[in-house]
Structure formats: structure tokens, C-alpha cells
Write a protein of this length. Structure first.
Length: 287
């Protein structure tokens, strides 16, 4: 009994020391030292026993000796997990900083070029104002056109950074429908990132809203594939009999107008208790 008490005391003391946050490598040395001390204490105590009592005290020191290394190993893995989490957050902050730097560089290049051209055109107009007012007016109009180009370029740059890739847009729509309790099938072409996200992205959002507002069913499917030089987006869902999925208020007319302006077409079909929206957009629109 005294042997067990002494071994337990040494084991708990060693485990407590291993729980302290030491410098790198100290905890491992403590675990090894604890095993040596525990084995030494056991050997000292076991010599007082008769040979037939050895087996009775062998299990206890074995498990007590495992406590320090198991504690050190668990804390080592915990430190690794915490370090990976810190690295992941640092990577996210670094990626955001790099994206901001890239945006700042693109904006500087765009605006710097246009502002330099505008400054030269206005300077030239100022010099020509006295001797050739008509030519000076041409330079002022050219400067105004450069301002329009700068504004349009800035708007395009902002739209490019705000845009969400179409595969992500479809995945977000599927997650939203699943969160609403629907069973969703998602089929996305491997090259869907080349599809015109500025055209089909609003269609995905609008059709998802229609499913949530006018569907009321339990299942839906989203599909985006490329067929014969055309991107085909199909959104299908079931609905309650009392609902009217095809209506002017559902935003279908806006979708048809949006894709029709780019040479595409839209087809809204009711099949028994299911509603299917099919949108086709020429592949060259993405280019």
C-alpha cells in the first residue's frame, strides 16, 4: 500500500510539472526524467517485497510511468493545433493584405495613366487658348473623354474585385437552399469559372430568391454546363400546388431582359409539380 501511495504521489507531481508551459524541449526532458524517477522509486520499493509479490505491483508503476509522457505528448499536439490555427489566421491576414496591395497597384496604374494624360491635354489647351481657341476646345473635349475613360476603368476595376466566381455563387445558393430545409442537387461544370459571372451571377441569386419565396417545396437542383458553345444554367424545384411559380413578380422578366440583351435566351417551364428555369448564354460573352 505504501508503495502505491508513493508511486502515485511521484506520478502526479511529475504530471503537474509537465503541465507547466516550459521553454521548447524542457517538457520532454521532464517526462524522461519522471520515468526514470518513477522506475527508481519502484525498484527501491519492490526490493522490500517477496518475489511472489512482484506481479502485484508491476501494473501500477507501468501506468504511473505513462502519465508524464502522455501528458507531454497531449500538450505537444495541442500546441501544434494552436500554432496551425494561428498560422491559418496569419495566412488569411496576409492574403487580404496582398489583395489590398494588388488593388492599390492596379488603381495607381489606372488612375496615374489617365491623370497624366488629362493633365497634358489641359496644359496644351491652356497654351492654345489665346491663338487657337478651336484647337484648345478640342483638347478640353479630349480631356473630358479621358475623364470618362478613367471613370469607366475604375468602375470596371471595382466590379472585378467585387465579383464572386460563378462556382462559388452556385455553392452559396445551394447552401442557402439547404439551410431552408430543401434537398439540393448541385452539378457544376469543371470549367464553370470561365462562365460570365456578371451575367449569370444575378440570375442565380434571383432564381434562388424565387425558389425560397414562391416554391415552398422540399427539393431543388442547380446545374451549369457548357453545351455547343453555350453556357446552360438550369434551376429546378418542386412547389406546392397553391403557389404560382411563374409570374411577373418573380423577376423572370428581368432575367429574360438581362440575358436577351447579350444574345441569350430564357425558358421558364412548369412540369406538373416542378418548375424549371433554363438560361442559355453564348460562350463568347464570357470572353
Amino acid at each position: 500500500m505504501s508503495t502505491g501511495s508513493l508511486l502515485l504521489g511521484v506520478g502526479f507531481a511529475a504530471q503537474t510539472l509537465c503541465l507547466v508551459r516550459w521553454r521548447a524541449g524542457v517538457r520532454v526532458r521532464l517526462a524522461v526524467l519522471s520515468i526514470v524517477v518513477i522506475v527508481a522509486v519502484w525498484l527501491i520499493e519492490v526490493t522490500r517485497l517477496q518475489p511472489e509479490g512482484y506481479a502485484q505491483v508491476f501494473a501500477l508503476p507501468f501506468f504511473v510511468a505513462l502519465l508524464p509522457p502522455l501528458t507531454a505528448t497531449s500538450l505537444w499536439w495541442w500546441d501544434i493545433v494552436c500554432e496551425l490555427d494561428r498560422a491559418r489566421r496569419a495566412e488569411g491576414r496576409l492574403a487580404a493584405a496582398q489583395e489590398r496591395l494588388r488593388l492599390a497597384g492596379d488603381l495607381h496604374d489606372l488612375q496615374g495613366h489617365h491623370l497624366q494624360v488629362i493633365a497634358l491635354q489641359l496644359e496644351l489647351a491652356e497654351k492654345m487658348m489665346a491663338r487657337d481657341p478651336e484647337a484648345a476646345g478640342d483638347q478640353v473635349r479630349a480631356a473630358r473623354a479621358s475623364v470618362d475613360d478613367a471613370r469607366r476603368g475604375t468602375r470596371d476595376l471595382a466590379a472585378r474585385f467585387r465579383g464572386v466566381p460563378l462556382p462559388d455563387e452556385l455553392a452559396n445558393a445551394a447552401d442557402l437552399l439547404r439551410a431552408a430545409g430543401l434537398t439540393v442537387d448541385l452539378n457544376v461544370d469543371a470549367t464553370a469559372d470561365r462562365a460570365p459571372a456578371d451575367v449569370l451571377g444575378p440570375v442565380v441569386r434571383e432564381s434562388t430568391t424565387n425558389v425560397l419565396k414562391h416554391g415552398g417545396g422540399v427539393s431543388a437542383s442547380l446545374s451549369l454546363v457548357r453545351q455547343d458553345g453555350t453556357w446552360v444554367l438550369v434551376v429546378e424545384n418542386d412547389f406546392r400546388v397553391a403557389t404560382t411559380p411563374v409570374s411577373d413578380g418573380a423577376g423572370l422578366s428581368g432575367i429574360a431582359e438581362r440575358v436577351g440583351a447579350l444574345g441569350g435566351d430564357m425558358d421558364a417551364t412548369r412540369l406538373d409539380d416542378r418548375f424549371r428555369l433554363t438560361v442559355r448564354v453564348p460562350e463568347e460573352v464570357a470572353a
